[in-house]
Design a protein around this ligand. Structure first.
Ligand code: AMP
Length: 190
C-alpha cells in the first residue's frame, strides 16, 4: 500500500504520517525531512538547498525525485510508503508514477487534508516559537503557502482523474483526523 498524504504546509501531514508508521509499519518518506538531514550533515546537497528552503521556495524536481527513488526499495520491503511533502509538482507526480510502475507498484491512495489558509497561518504562528524552523517565520510561510496553492494544489485534479483522491477534514483534532484517514485506508477500493 502506497499512500500520499497531501495538503498545505502545517496541515498535519507529518503528525499523521508518524502515527501510521507505528500502526501500519509503513515507511515515512518526507522529502522535507531528507533535505533538513542533508543540511544538518553539511553535505553538498545541503549547501545547495538551504537558502531555497529558508525562503520557503521549492527545490528543483530533480533533487527530490532522486531522494525518493533512493528510498523506494526500503519502502517496498516494508510493504508500503507514506509520501509526505512529495510530490509537490506535476513533474514530480508523473515521475513518481513512472518510478513505481517500473517496480511493478503504484500509488493506491491520496488523502488530502483540507485546512483553510487562515487556520494554517494561526497554527504556524504558534509552531514557529517552538520549532525553531527557519522557514516557519511568517514571510517564508507565506511563500510556502503560495507555492502550495500555485504549484501543488493543481495536482488534485490529476489524482482525482486517476480515482485515487479522498478528502479529509483536517481542521478536527489529531484523533478525529486519524480516524478519518484510517477509514479511508480500510475502505474497499475500486
Ligand atoms: P516540508 O517539510 O515538506 O514542509 O518541506 C520543507 C521545504 O523543503 C519546502 O518548503 C521546500 O523548500 C523543500 N521541499 C520539501 N519537499 C519538496 C518537494 N517535494 N519539492 C520541492 N521542494 C521540497
Amino acid at each position: 500500500m502506497n499512500l500520499i498524504l497531501f495538503g498545505p504546509p502545517a496541515a498535519g501531514k507529518g503528525t499523521q504520517a508518524k502515527r501510521l508508521v507505528e500502526t501500519r509499519k509503513m515507511v515515512h518518506l518526507s522529502t522535507g525531512d531528507m533535505l533538513r538531514a542533508a543540511i544538518a550533515s553539511g553535505s553538498e546537497l545541503g549547501k545547495r538547498v538551504s537558502g531555497i528552503m529558508e525562503r520557503g521556495e521549492l527545490v528543483s524536481d530533480g533533487i527530490v525525485i532522486e531522494l525518493i527513488e533512493q528510498r523506494l526499495p526500503e519502502a517496498e520491503a516494508a510493504g508500503g510508503a507514506i509520501f509526505d511533502g512529495f510530490p509537490r509538482t506535476l513533474a514530480q507526480a508523473q515521475a513518481l508514477d513512472e518510478m513505481l510502475a517500473h517496480r511493478g507498484s503504484r500509488i493506491d491512495l491520496v488523502v488530502r487534508l483540507k485546512v483553510d489558509d487562515e487556520a494554517l497561518m494561526q497554527r504556524i504562528a504558534g509552531r514557529y516559537a517552538e520549532s525553531g524552523r527557519p522557514d516557519d517565520n511568517p514571510e517564508s510561510f507565506k511563500v510556502r503557502l503560495d507555492a502550495y496553492n500555485s504549484q501543488t494544489a493543481p495536482l488534485l485534479p490529476y489524482y482525482e482523474n486517476h480515482k485515487k483522491l479522498v478528502q479529509v477534514d483536517g481542521m478536527g483534532s489529531i484523533d478525529d483526523v486519524a480516524g478519518a484517514i484510517d477509514q479511508a485506508l480500510d475502505a474497499p477500493r475500486w
